[in-house]
Design a protein around this ligand. Structure first.
Ligand SMILES: NC(=O)C1=CN([C@@H]2O[C@H](COP(=O)(O)OP(=O)(O)OC[C@H]3O[C@@H](n4cnc5c(N)ncnc54)[C@H](O)[C@@H]3O)[C@@H](O)[C@H]2O)C=CC1
Ligand SMILES: O=C([O-])CC(=O)C(=O)O
Length: 329
């Protein structure tokens, strides 16, 4: 049976994550090996030529699932009919820039993109924000799209989740495939909280297997939370292939479901669960099924976890106040 192609819009398509991401989408890794896709690439005008170069390479791969590529510098064109939108392009922080300046500059990107999604995207649109500060950029885009169900706007913490899986596997002498039910809570920032208290390693409670709170507090958590900065320090550029990989994982899980007995981490609008104020886009443990996600309920949050979740959520509240003050939400 021939399937209708899914329209996937990628912003910042000529950037380094874009280059690591587009070929994987076109090869079927985003949605599945039998789902044809059409790519819509959004870039700023000076980067259109570079996006065209990437499109030429995509053509040269002759991916059987790729049924078309359109390139534009107009969000109204790029989001037209979009079923999945990956908002990767963002304004990076440059020297001397305060956090407020960064939020304002990104407001200039994510507000018009949210408006264009509201006006032109398909009814089933699913949005993943990758560009930093991802959680708050997602909030800005969501606020500009009042006709789209709020839960369709998500932010990426899957890279943090994947980073935590590997660190825990190394510590416990296991493999990532042995680890289930790990959680990233809060913001995609240095305040995020990777939680192993509900995780299992080969079926055993991870915190009990590790049995080393000092390692947890002084090694594991900072290593995961500051991994982005460590990559920049080592590579001279921020994470690109691993970020693209996490974006693929996030959307694949959302569309195709999580495995029985496991969950993933997604930045999603809070419904008030676990004391996270309603509406904040914060990372939670979620299961997914039939293209929808649910927050895992009923987890006991110990004191160690509570303090760290609260600290990250406080930062998200401050970011929300800042963009509210700028009239962006
Ligand atoms: N959530 C996460 O886990 C991660 C997020 N990131 C973030 O992802 C973003 C992209 O990273 P890279 O690809 O390495 O950056 P990059 O600078 O290589 O590429 C960004 C691209 O976005 C484009 N762009 C800027 N404004 C745009 C607009 N209004 N519309 C469309 N395109 C626009 C630029 O022209 C550029 O080609 C950054 O904000 C980075 O901090 C990176 C790694 C992980
Ligand atoms: O800090 C950055 O720009 C990159 C980032 O988000 C990460 O690697 O987690």
């Amino acid at each position: 049976m021939t399937r209708t192609p899914v329209n996937v819009t990628v912003t910042g398509a000529a950037g380094q994550i874009g280059y690591a991401l587009l070929f994987r989408i076109a090869s079927g890794q985003l949605l599945g090996p039998d789902v044809p896709v059409k790519l819509r690439l959004l870039e700023i005008t000076p980067a259109l030529k570079a996006a065209e170069g990437t499109a030429m390479e995509l053509d040269d791969c002759a991916f059987p699932l790729l049924q078309g590529i359109e390139i534009s510098d107009d969000p109204n064109v790029a989001f037209d009919g979009a079923n999945v939108a990956l908002l990767v392009g963002a304004r990076p922080r440059t020297k001397g820039m305060e956090r407020g300046d960064l939020l304002e500059a990104n407001g200039g990107i994510f507000k018009p993109q949210g408006q264009a999604i509201n006006a032109h995207a398909a009814d089933d649109i699913k949005v993943l924000v990758v560009g930093n500060p991802a959680n708050t950029n997602a909030l800005i885009a969501q606020a500009a799209a009042p006709d789209v169900p709020a839960e369709r706007f998500t932010a990426m913490t899957r890279l943090d989740h994947n980073r935590a899986l590997t660190q825990l596997a190394k510590k416990t002498g296991s493999t990532v495939a042995d680890i289930k039910r790990l959680t990233i809570w809060g913001n995609h920032s240095a305040t995020q909280y990777p939680d192993i208290f509900h995780a299992t390693v080969a079926g055993k409670n991870a915190a009990e297997v590790v049995n080393d709170e000092k390692w947890l507090a002084e090694d594991f958590i900072p290593t995961v939370a500051k991994r982005g900065a460590a990559i920049i320090e080592a590579r001279g550029a921020s994470s690109a292939a691993s970020a693209a990989n996490a974006a693929i994982d996030h959307v694949y899980s959302w569309v195709n479901g999580t495995a029985d007995g496991d969950w993933v981490s997604m930045g999603i609008p809070s419904d008030g669960s676990y004391g996270v104020p309603e509406g904040l886009i914060s990372s939670f443990p979620v299961t997914t099924k039939d293209g929808k996600y649910d927050i895992v309920q009923g987890l006991d949050i110990n004191e160690f976890s509570r303090a760290r979740i609260d600290a990250s959520v406080k930062e998200l509240e401050e970011e929300r106040e800042a963009v509210r003050g700028l009239g962006l939400i």
